[in-house]
Design a protein around this ligand. Structure first.
Ligand SMILES: [Zn+2]
Length: 509
């Protein structure tokens, strides 16, 4: 009881798992050879496949179809045999949700009930054991994923170890001995089902013994955020590139910013060159590091001090593929990737398709690490610049809009299109076609409320419609959720041009 209270409901054993995995992840990062990593990945893959064949009906059926029918048959799975398992996507897993889980007493109805009853800012541990996360992914389709305390702690430790990989050295650790606290700030969504918010919240639960950790909601205005960060002065700051870009813009425009992080970590969105330049210009002393992850597997890849991205092959098996399903040749950008999460046995993710495009490169990195180097060409959702009711510019980053859409019940897929200045079209595909009127009405009500809260209730023209299919726009036919056909306006553009004249009025989600 005491331990449960101490750790805010997070399973207490997870703290031990987190600490042990952190050490292992650091060791492999520094010492592991390519051969060791290959063998380690094969061992974890074997364990996962054996577990899935024996305990998870949805996966057992897929394995059977690939000629890997029983746990005994899979005792030495080769990568060749593994590649015969038919890929799966989110909608298929969601259709058979209950069969995808090791504990089949967990139902989708229970998940929906937790969805309805969880308040912003809290962490949804289902039955105090399983962490529930939700994603819209790259297609706008909602998906539910569960981790038990162990797999969540392992993945969190991996992300932490690889994000601050260059600072986990004795001289750095000694700086924070004898009572000097390391301060970590997370500027993230307070949506309880988003993995970035959950990562920040559980970091607080696992790391409070070693560091002062504060989370700040991206719902706060930029002014409030800067005030809070000025008071906290974090050594480490994590957020989404678009939010850090806005803070950087404010600093460059002359706002009093008194914090100077040693490490700035970004994730969840593509880090565009324009944002990178502005953040570096505003915080020249900070080491900027990029994380690549997904709801289905958090530690996909991390940046090293040489500026290259490395795949975390000890936690995930990634297969770049073409639209035809064929493997993508080395050194070429893929159409999709298939991911296999090597640590989540509670809801195994095996050869699961994500619409990200990556290029795995053959040449080694100058940092000397054995993990493969890759480049990411993620989805490119638009930032929307809208005029509010007072004719001031307001910037809406994509993640804030996605958060609103994720709250709409019965919505399967969506697209928000900024088709002319201050004219938005929202396209919805309901889960159940017979409820399309209900879903579009709910989308209209939620989005109107969101616009009104941000002072755009009268200035934005909103059209909500139910569609059969989401049109694919640009980027080689990829579906994009937030699309702007309107040229960007406002402060960010001006600072990029070096003309610091327009003040950014408000940042919102
Ligand atoms: Zn490197």
């Amino acid at each position: 009881m005491l331990l449960a209270a101490l750790f805010n409901g997070m399973p207490a054993m997870s703290q031990v798992v987190f600490a042990a995995e952190l050490c292992r992840a650091v060791w492999r990062d520094r010492r592991a050879s390519e051969k060791h990593l290959r063998e380690f990945q094969a061992k974890r893959l074997n364990d996962l496949i054996q577990h899935a064949a024996a305990r998870v009906p949805f996966q057992a059926e897929r394995l059977r179809k690939a000629g890997m029918g029983s746990a005994r048959d899979t005792s030495s799975v080769s990568l060749e045999k593994f590649s015969e398992i038919a890929p799966v996507d989110k909608s298929e897993m969601m259709r058979k949700f209950q069969e995808t889980i090791t504990d089949r007493s967990v139902t989708i109805e229970e998940v929906h009930a937790v969805d309805k009853n969880t308040k912003p800012g809290s962490v949804p541990w289902l039955r105090n054991q399983y962490l529930l996360s939700k994603t819209s992914g790259t297609t706008g389709t909602a998906g539910w994923f569960l981790n038990d305390g162990r797999s969540w702690a392992i993945q969190r430790a991996a992300v932490m170890a690889r994000t601050i990989r260059d600072r986990l050295i004795p001289s750095e650790l000694a700086r924070f001995a004898f009572g000097r606290r390391y301060r970590m700030g997370f500027l993230v969504t307070d949506c309880p089902f988003s993995v970035s918010g959950q990562s920040a919240a559980t970091s607080k639960q696992t790391g409070w013994l070693f560091a002062s950790i504060r989370t700040i909601s991206i719902r706060d205005s930029v002014d409030q955020t800067i005030k809070k960060l000025n008071a906290f002065r974090p050594h480490f700051l994590h957020s989404y590139p678009t939010y850090l870009e806005m803070i950087a813009v404010e600093k460059l425009a002359g706002k009093e910013v008194r914090f100077s992080p040693e490490i700035i970590s970004v994730g969840s969105e593509p880090l565009l060159p324009t944002a990178l330049r502005v953040i570096k210009q505003a915080f020249p002393k900070a080491m900027l590091t990029n994380q690549y992850g997904s709801t289905e597997c958090i530690p996909l890849g991390n940046q090293c001090s040489a500026g290259r991205m490395h795949l975390n092959t000890d936690y995930v098996l990634i297969e770049p593929t073409e639209r035809s399903g064929a493997p993508t040749p080395r050194n070429q950008f893929s159409d999709h990737i298939l991911i296999t999460n090597l640590v989540n046995k509670f809801q195994p993710i095996i050869r699961y398709r994500i619409d990200d495009s990556i290029r795995i490169q053959d040449e080694p990195c100058e940092c000397g690490r054995s993990f493969p180097v890759f480049e990411l060409r993620g989805r490119n959702d638009s930032v929307l610049d809208l005029l509010n009711d007072l004719s001031e510019w307001i910037t809406f980053p994509p993640l804030g809009i996605v958060t609103v859409m994720l709250n709409i019940e019965g919505l399967a897929q969506f697209q928000v299109l900024h088709e002319a200045q201050n004219v938005l079209r929202i396209r919805c595909i309901p889960i159940n076609r017979t409820q399309s009127n209900l879903v579009t009405a709910s989308a209209e009500a939620e989005f109107t409320k969101f616009l009104r809260q941000n002072g755009c209730g009268r200035s934005v023209c909103l059209n909500v419609e139910s569609v059969e299919e989401i049109p694919r726009i640009g980027d080689g036919g990829k579906a994009r959720q937030i699309v702007s056909l309107v040229e960007r306006k406002g402060c960010a553009t001006d600072v990029h041009k070096g003309v610091q004249t327009t003040k950014l009025d408000k940042v919102t989600v």
